[in-house]
Design a protein around this ligand. Sequence first.
Ligand code: FES
Length: 475
Amino acid sequence: MTTERRDYRVGGPEADRAATAGLVEAEWFRPPIDPERLRELQVRGNARAAIDTIAWLGLLAGFGYLAFLSLGTWWAIPAFAAYGALYGGAGDSRWHECGHGTAFRTKWLNDVVYYLASFMLLRQPTLWRWSHVRHHTDTIVVGRDAEIIFPRPPSPTGVALVFLPLVNVPRLVARAAKHAIGHVDDEARSFIPADELGKLKWESRAYIAILAGVTAWSIAIWSIVPLLYVGLPTVYGAWLMVFFAITQHAGLQEDVLDHRLNTRTVYMNPVFRFLYSNMNYHVEHHIFPTVPYYSLPALHQEVKDYLAPASPNTWSAYRQILSTLRRQWRDSAHEEPRGDLPAASDGGRSFVNTGHTVWAGDRHDGLIDLGPANALAPGSARQVEVGDEAYALFRLGDGTLVCTEGLCTHGQAYLAEGVVLDCLVECPKHNGRFDLRTGEAVRYPATDPLTLYPVEIRNGRVVSSLHAEFEESGV
Ligand code: FES
């Protein structure tokens, strides 16, 4: 039994320990899934996300209007409560999904909702974007993940305080104020690339300016009403965000490379799923972050046999979580049982390949055979292994074949398992994107370009020298 407290600071001494233990940017378990089915599930459209966003903002405006009409009466309390829950609570899953860039097919729509929801939650967009990349890379790895809600041992006071954002929200504002004057803390520097720090400063200044403006307005008219609409809903509506967020990882295992052990899926009713954008399928989201929220229930059906049983409902999940936290308060080594899970290894490679893999062979003409051309449909990809090297072969929507290096330049993810979106490929790990015509990285967190290799078709087979295109031309 132990109640010893570890150092949860990102970049602290535990970060070195995690690196030594092979927990940093490692490969994680993925269940097998038919690659064509996965491609279907990864398809994004604008319609579903637009309907959900209009419904969310419509409800927000409706309750805001009701609150305005009922000012000075007791009815203003439930009206503002609903407004706050939609603003500081339901805003969280919109922030999340648009941050991944998966809600809408159109990039700018994701960006608009991401920035709006970021402000509602007082999260600086650049800071939290990179923090969330780290959360997906090293989920619940102590010293690496900045989004661990309950450090062990979790005291009853600490658990209660999470529901009381009176502490957390002022901290967010104070941090934005520090960043606005250029004092970026060490934690932020540990995961934000240096060339993104300037953005952080300007976003923080914009936040502080808006909050200061609304506060000044409230003071000028000597009324708290403006602040009840902008600023304070982050505080009084945050309980809903916390209510959902706790079900994701609370009490589950630290320092493992298997989301089935540190992440929880909970069956929720349709109202909760609307408010929470289906993030109750959280294990599925962590394993396949390229699947948009509206396809997570279908994804769950595909892979559930390989996962820990889902909690049957929110109430049951909370009972289990509170029981686990209570036991961890006395013994921080206590773990919630997850049941028997299928083995996580696949021939020594814990990351189960979900793409069609071809082990390429030499040809007599010095080219490498990358497999049959007609087996690759438009919008699909194939992984090609040549010795110890991995390559990815894509067919774009217009039929063009493109061969690239196999691993994302940001991390250890196989691009053939990503999504082909017109002439782009989206990485399966953090949703970084590359332009397949040029190799250019066009969406964070990917910043370095991909190497492209020339391909041609001979006798129905795709072949390549696998010498980089620019090397050949001497550029
Ligand atoms: S591994 Fe991070 S974007 Fe590809």
